[in-house]
Design a protein around this ligand. Structure first.
Ligand SMILES: Nc1ncnc2c1ncn2[C@@H]1O[C@H](COP(=O)(O)OP(=O)(O)OP(=O)(O)O)[C@@H](O)[C@H]1O
Ligand SMILES: [Mg+2]
Length: 261
């Protein structure tokens, strides 16, 4: 079982799109996948075809100790993966947990119930370095960082990297950076190419070879409540997320062979 937090405190960089479509792509290769929506916006829940407002029990109830994870998990409508849904209730968790003991390890403890049930667990984080995000980082083996190749992208990255370092020091010593994913990429944009080059210099082979292009099908799919694979399988967006799933699986196989994982 490999648990990945998909995180970047910058908004709108493609975290949720990556979470839903990577979940569907890994599931299409017969992996057992759970998507945990950890954002009060609930976009990953909606994008998986689940009506977030109809949910009585969500990940919020898990974090505040009113429910087990298994009680809130349900199948995505079309996608062959499971979802732990979220909705606006989750916004209250930050405040409610402030004075609680072990507030940073709520998700980690809840996940213990799932030992061996899934091959991959993907956690969609909110655009903030909040207690909710710290819960995700504490519960994960590694972080995947989607980013747009724009001028300020690298600057924002240092805050995230610092948070990862702190979580390593205090809560989760084994937390790794799984990889940096270039999203919404436009090849004709010179600045994007330049930033992509700088990323490779800073982070070397942590940068995924797969690049997610800007693709209208990826933006449309959530309105149908399906991953892009079931909206337009031949689209560049669908093919890119299938390639990313392949790259992730290959990396893990190589790491296992090297005995580091
Ligand atoms: N590769 C892409 N091509 C075209 N549109 C995209 C692509 N990736 C994401 N989008 C669109 O960009 C917007 C932001 O994407 P998304 O919701 O995945 O980002 P996010 O990082 O999860 O945002 P937030 O920080 O608000 O949670 C959405 O409307 C989404 O449909
Ligand atoms: Mg999101």
């Amino acid at each position: 079982m490999r648990i990945l937090a998909i995180s970047n405190q910058k908004g709108g960089v493609g975290k949720t799109t990556t979470c839903v479509n990577l979940a569907a792509s890994l599931a299409a290769t017969k992996r057992r996948v759970l998507l945990i929506d950890l954002d009060p916006q609930g976009n990953a829940t909606t994008g998986s075809g689940i009506d977030k407002s109809a949910m009585k029990k969500t990940i919020y109830h898990v974090l505040i100790g009113k429910s087990t994870l298994k009680e809130v998990i349900r199948p995505s409508i079309k996608g062959k993966f499971d979802v732990a849904p979220a909705n606006r209730d989750l916004a209250g968790a930050e405040v409610e947990l402030v004075n609680e003991i072990a507030r940073e390890t709520r998700l980690k403890v809840a996940l213990q119930e799932l030992q061996g049930d899934y091959d991959y667990i993907l956690i969609d984080c909110p655009p903030a370095l909040s207690l909710i995000t710290v819960n995700a980082l504490t519960a994960s083996h590694a972080v995947m960082i989607p980013m747009q190749c724009e001028y300020f992208a690298l600057e924002g990255l240092s805050d995230l990297v610092n948070t990862i370092k702190k979580v390593r020091q205090h809560l989760n010593p084994d937390l790794e950076i799984e990889g940096l994913l270039r999203t919404m990429f436009d090849n004709r944009n010179m600045l994007a190419q330049q930033v992509a080059g700088e990323l490779a210099q800073h982070f070397g082979d942590k940068v995924y070879r797969t690049v997610i292009p800007r693709n209208i099908r990826l933006a449309e799919a959530p309105s149908y409540g399906v991953p892009v694979l079931y909206h337009d399988r031949a689209s560049k967006g669908a093919q890119a997320y299938l390639a990313l799933a392949g790259e992730i699986i290959n990396r893990q196989t190589r790491q296992r062979a090297a005995g580091t994982n």
